[in-house]
Design a protein around this ligand. Sequence first.
Ligand SMILES: Cc1cc2nc3c(=O)[nH]c(=O)nc-3n(C[C@H](O)[C@H](O)[C@H](O)COP(=O)(O)OP(=O)(O)OC[C@H]3O[C@@H](n4cnc5c(N)ncnc54)[C@H](O)[C@@H]3O)c2cc1C
Length: 457
Amino acid sequence: MFNIDSSVLIFGGAGTLGSSTALHLARKGFRNIHVLDVYPIPSAQSAGNDLNKIMGTSLRNPVDKQLSLEAEDMWSNDPTFSPFYHRSGRLDCCGSPDGIQDLRDTVAKLQQAGLGHTVEWLDTEAQIVQRVPQLAGSDIQGWKGIFFEKGGWLAAAKAIDSVGKELVRHGVKFSFGDSGVFDSLILSDDGKNCLGAVTKDGTRYLADRVVLASGAWTPSLVDLEDQCCSKAWVYAHMQLTPDEVKAYAGCPVVYNEDLGFFFEPNENGVIKVCDEFPGFTRYKMHQPFGSPKPISVSVPRSHARHPTDTYPHASEVTIRKAIAAFLPKFKDKELFNRAMCWCADTADANLLICEHPLWKNFFLATGDSGHSFKLLPIIGKHIVELLAGTLQKDMREAWRWRPGSGDARKSVRRASAKDLADLPGWKHESKESKESSKEQNKDIGQSSMDPSCCVSV
Ligand SMILES: Cc1cc2nc3c(=O)[nH]c(=O)nc-3n(C[C@H](O)[C@H](O)[C@H](O)COP(=O)(O)OP(=O)(O)OC[C@H]3O[C@@H](n4cnc5c(N)ncnc54)[C@H](O)[C@@H]3O)c2cc1C
C-alpha cells in the first residue's frame, strides 16, 4: 500500500532527479518525505548545479519524445520552472562529413515525428549567419545547420533552487552533510525487503520506500553490476563587457558536435563554453553496498566540484579551440570557473529507474547519460508512478534493471573515454580555483535554502 501517509527517503534529493521526485510527491500531498544529500539544494556537486543547460526535444525513442514534450510544457507553464526557461532558439551545426550526416538524420527523424515544420535546414554559411548573426567572421566554412525555433536554455542551478523553495513550502524534511550521506541499506531478516537506510554518521532512517538518486556517485554506493559508468565533462566561463553583452544578448544556443557549444551571456554578462568529447572516467577501487568484494568503478572525487578541482590541461586546449572557431573575437579572453561535471552513462543512454531486483522497496533513479537536466520538471512524476506501481509499460521496459545488456564504458559518442589518472592539471589547490569557486557561489551555486529548515533526525 503506497499512499500519502507512506514515508519516502530520497538520497540525492538536492540533485536533479531526486529533487524532482520530492517535488512530485509533495505536490501529490505526501506528508512524510525526507530529502537527504551531501549538500543543500542545489547540491554543490549536482550535475545540474550549473549556469545553463540546453533545452531541446529528444527523438531517440517514443519514451524520450514523450518526456521531452511533457518537460517543454512544464518549463513553459509551471511557475516553479518557467522563469528559468530562456527561449533563445538553438542552432545545431557541423562541418565534418559525419557531423553533417548526423544533422541530416536528425531532420529525417523530426519529419517522421511530424515535427519537421518546427526546424529550418541551413545549407550555407550565409544562411547560418542570417539566423545567428553573432557567427559572422567565425570559422564556419563548410558548416551546415538546423535551426530550432523552439528550445533554448535553462538557468539550471536557479531552477533546482526554485524546486528547493517549493519543497520548503510543502514542509519536506531535509538532512545534509554526514546525516544525509548514504552509507547502507537496512534490510529485513530474510534480506529481501529494504526497511530504510543508514547514513555516514550512523543515523538509521526507517521508511516505506528508499530512492537512491545520487547521479554519478551511484555506482560507488550500490553495486550496479556495471550498468552505469560515471564520466565527467567540462566547461569554462568568460566575462563580457557591456557592449559585448549587447551584441550577444538573445544569441541562440550554438551546438557543434565536433567542437562544443556556448550560450548567450547571462544577466551578469557571463558566457559558458563547453567542448564536446567522450567524457573522462576516474577508476578507483570501491566496495558498493551489495558487492561481496571491492570492485573497480569510475567515480567522481567526493567533493568533485568544490573547492579546488578544475579540468585537465588537455581540456583548456579543446575549449580554446571551440572558442577560436565560434567566438573568435573572444579567443584571448581570460577563462574562469573551469569545472568538471559528472554524469552516469548507461550503454543504451536510457535512464536506470527501477526497483532493485534483490531488495523490495529500494529504488534506483539514475543513468542520466548526460542529457537529463531538461527533464527536471517532469521526471519525478514518473519516478513517483514507479513507487506507486503505476509506471507505464514502455517506461518500465526502457528503464529496467538490465546488467549485461551493453558496455556503459563505451560512449555513444565516437571515441572512448580517457581516464583522469592519465591527465594532469585537474586536481590542485590554486588561488585561481579558490577565487573561481567563490565566483561560482556568487552567481549560480549558492542555495537560497534557509539553513534552519535543514534538520537531522
Ligand atoms: C557539462 C555538462 C553539460 C550538460 N548539458 C546538458 C544539457 O545541455 N541538457 C541536459 O538536459 N542535460 C545536460 N547535462 C546532463 C545533466 O546535467 C544530467 O543528466 C543531470 O543533471 C543528472 O541528474 P542526476 O539527478 O542523475 O544527478 P545529479 O544532479 O548530479 O544529482 C546527484 C545528487 O546526489 C548527491 N549525492 C552524491 N553522493 C551522495 C551520497 N552518498 N548520499 C547522498 N547524496 C549523494 C549529490 O550531491 C547530488 O545532489 C549536462 C551534463 C554535463 C556534465
